[in-house]
Ligand binder design. Structure first.
Ligand code: PLP
Length: 412
């Protein structure tokens, strides 16, 4: 199996690997490493010697198969039911790994076969939760292009999370290039257009060993991917929430505003018990007065009243969602008045529509919310006009079905 740094390869080929047009058709005897066409003729000499020098398995380079044919053929050989993708874990071919020591410098980074990471039992992530993650998606368009959605926003958010948890930051450019490489190397796992997306999970963890409480001496930046369909089993059908009265997700001055791993372990208990009672998830209130809306376990919340849309403002306790930000901007261009402010829990009683936003859920209309003893229900069982309008405006940009007037998508 080849363990090839893409930067190494790019250097030899004198080209930019992450650009899709330049990716390679490289096959080993037992495994497809990449399956894209390339102008290989000019590169075969240096490429071949590089490949032979870095691998034990003889490799051959194939550049004659058109890209669409290759991906369709390879895709259909995967044992996967594209029509019934949920949001489950699925292993794919490759993951990206880069490490950073105490000098603060990241190594070149490389694609490795997807597999287990080796960690000391004393690693910072395992003992003190020094870790953050991101969530993004790559979509395949009808004309077989691959689109990312606002990847720079994820890179910037990871930088602020790293800063909050005293970890070295991954530069924006390195982050985006690494995401592109990981997606391309797993291209056969990107669902056909309209069937779902490739979920991308960048992870930054303290991998070095510590004993006393301190920042880890070494960090690992990993990206893995998985093909996904709907996050909630309901799909675009409305979800049912329960306002949480006992537990809080985040407190002022804490880490609610960054995607750090500990924020999610702590909501499992409430989420599980809500699911047991038939709800899809929990809606959290502020930790000071238990009076204002915060967000759901992993998505932001919006209330619609006439032409006005309100969402809790960012004050450090809720996650600054990129979908949230995008919906605010889209709604404004569609003529809605959007307010980011403290939203009182009682406003749930007279909202016309309520919906949640997040990369995983995109937009999930809310059908009902249990508030104390009251079951509040929303228009058309939650599938309201505004939620639907915003859903189709956003997803058609993400999937490349409408003109990208906001310049949000990045083609790989
Ligand atoms: C990731 C996340 C969101 C949504 O953020 P997006 O950038 O829209 O995916 C919202 N809330 C929480 C708690 C999250 O972890």
């Amino acid at each position: 199996m080849a363990l090839l740094s893409m930067n190494q390869l790019a250097g030899h080929l004198n080209t930019d690997i992450p650009s899709r047009k330049c990716s390679l058709g490289v096959f080993s005897s037992d495994h497809v490493l990449h399956c894209k066409p390339f102008h290989v003729r000019a590169l075969q000499g240096p490429l071949r010697s590089l490949l032979n020098a870095t691998t034990h398995t003889p490799l051959s380079v194939r550049a004659d198969t058109p890209s669409v044919a290759v991906s369709n053929e390879v895709r259909s050989s995967l044992d996967i039911d594209w029509d019934n993708l949920g949001f489950g874990y699925h292993k794919t071919d490759f993951m990206y790994v880069s490490k950073c020591g105490s000098d603060g410098k990241w190594d070149e980074g490389e694609l490795q076969p997807f597999g287990a990471l080796q960690l000391s039992p004393s690693a910072g992530i395992l003992n003190y939760g020094q870790g953050i993650f991101e969530g993004m998606k790559a979509y395949r368009t009808e004309d077989d292009r691959i689109l990312l959605f606002r990847p720079e926003e994820n890179a910037l958010r990871m930088i602020s999370g790293a800063d909050r948890l005293c970890m070295p930051t991954v530069p924006v450019n390195m982050f985006i290039q690494a995401v592109k490489q990981t997606v391309l190397s797993n291209e056969r796992w990107i669902p056909p257009s309209g069937k779902g997306s490739l979920y991308i999970r960048p992870l930054l963890i303290g991998s070095g060993a510590v004993l006393g409480l301190a920042p880890a001496p070494e960090y690992t930046f990993v990206i893995f991917v998985a093909p996904v369909g709907n996050y909630f089993k309901e799909g675009l059908a409305p979800i049912h929430l329960k306002v949480e009265n006992t537990y809080h997700r985040a407190a002022p001055g804490g880490t609610g505003g960054v995607k750090t791993v500990g924020n999610y372990a702590s909501v499992l208990k409430t989420q599980l018990s809500a699911k047991k009672s038939g709800f899809s998830d929990v809606l959290y209130l502020d930790a000071v007065e238990s009076k204002y809306l915060e967000e759901v376990s992993s998505c932001n919340i919006f209330l619609v009243k006439g032409k006005k849309i309100a969402t809790p403002h960012l004050k450090g306790t809720i996650l600054p969602g990129i979908t949230r930000k995008s919906i605010i901007e889209l709604a404004q261009t569609l003529g809605y008045e959007v307010e980011e402010r403290a939203v009182c829990v009682d406003e749930l009683r007279d909202a016309d529509e309520v919906f949640c936003t997040g990369t995983a859920v995109v937009i999930s209309p809310v059908g009902s919310i249990m508030l104390h003893e009251d079951r509040l229900e929303y228009a058309n069982e939650g599938l309201g006009k505004v939620s639907k309008e915003l859903y189709s405006a956003l997803t058609s940009i993400q999937m490349g079905q409408s003109a990208d007037i906001m310049k949000w998508t990045v083609e790989i």
